[in-house]
Design a protein around this ligand. Structure first.
Ligand SMILES: [Zn+2]
Length: 53
């Protein structure tokens, strides 16, 4: 799973269909980030089974 975080933001996203999925100016992490926040929308999509990676 790939995590993306917009630069100057503390929120990590991992669902490519998240409305806030960063497409430019982002940092990438290939493992679960140890710092920062996890996106609530991505969490909701994962719970609902609609998270696309
Ligand atoms: Zn998100």
């Amino acid at each position: 799973m790939t995590y993306r975080k917009k630069k100057n933001s503390d929120t990590w996203h991992w669902c490519t269909n998240c409305s806030k999925w960063p497409t430019s100016d982002y940092d990438t992490s290939y493992s679960k980030p140890s710092s920062g926040e996890l996106c609530n929308e991505c969490k909701a999509k994962q719970s609902a089974g609609t998270c696309k990676n």
